[in-house]
Design a protein around this ligand. Structure first.
Ligand SMILES: Cc1cc2nc3c(=O)[nH]c(=O)nc-3n(C[C@H](O)[C@H](O)[C@H](O)COP(=O)(O)O)c2cc1C
Length: 185
């Protein structure tokens, strides 16, 4: 299985990245192919609403930036891991820009293409206790699950996090993340 993981935190080795890495470590241990991409390191323009993707003018998107190399990777992946810190009660802006560019996964007739049926795992990290931002998990499940028709494997939610390595004090979450990757079939 190809597991493609996206980290939406500018902290390359922060809490989100550590949890995503734990999922990937577990998945790699049982033989899955892993690739992790930090979207904050890439040139991902915000959607300009040109709607070229809705009139069949382009394969994916008219904007010529790093999304052009991400689209084929997303389409080839069997499982997508999405990790984000909670910023102002939501996913990070960088990750939201990335998701706006998924508009192309609705074709010209507004039918979802390429991604239905893929598995997905969400990872969220917040300063406040984990249960405070259930709305972010609900949002991700709505768009990835209900709207894009992907199959939820697990929502990994951690709270009480400040410094980039704070998650190391919650080894049970890291163990659960690793087990989630290890259980991927
Ligand atoms: C711009 C910004 C906004 C934040 N907003 C929130 C928030 O609304 N609620 C919260 O609990 N934590 C908030 N935090 C704290 C982060 O969610 C928390 O430190 C998280 O562990 C960061 O993950 P990271 O280490 O992967 O970057 C915010 C942090 C930053 C930098």
């Amino acid at each position: 299985m190809k597991v493609l993981a996206f980290v939406g935190s500018p902290r390359g080795n922060g809490n989100t990245a550590r949890m995503v890495d734990a999922v990937c470590k577990g998945a790699a241990a049982v033989g899955h192919d892993i690739e992790t991409i930090n979207v904050t390191r890439l040139n991902i323009h915000d959607c300009t609403a040109c709607c070229a993707c809705k009139v069949g003018k382009v394969e994916y998107c008219a904007l010529n930036d790093d999304m052009q190399k991400l689209y084929p990777k997303i389409i080839e992946a069997d499982c997508i891991v999405v990790g984000t810190p909670v910023y102002m009660g939501q996913m990070s802006g960088q990750l939201k820009n990335f998701f706006d560019r998924w508009y192309t996964f609705m074709d010209a007739s507004y039918k979802i293409r390429y991604i239905p049926g893929k598995k997905y795992i969400t990872v969220t990290a917040s300063g406040a206790p984990a249960e405070i931002f259930q709305s972010l998990t609900d949002y991700l499940n709505h768009w990835l699950g209900t709207f894009f028709k992907m199959a939820l494997i697990k929502n990994i939610v951690a709270g009480g996090l400040g410094p980039p390595d704070a998650i190391d004090d919650q080894p049970e979450i890291l163990a659960m993340a690793e087990q989630t990757g290890r259980a991927l079939r």
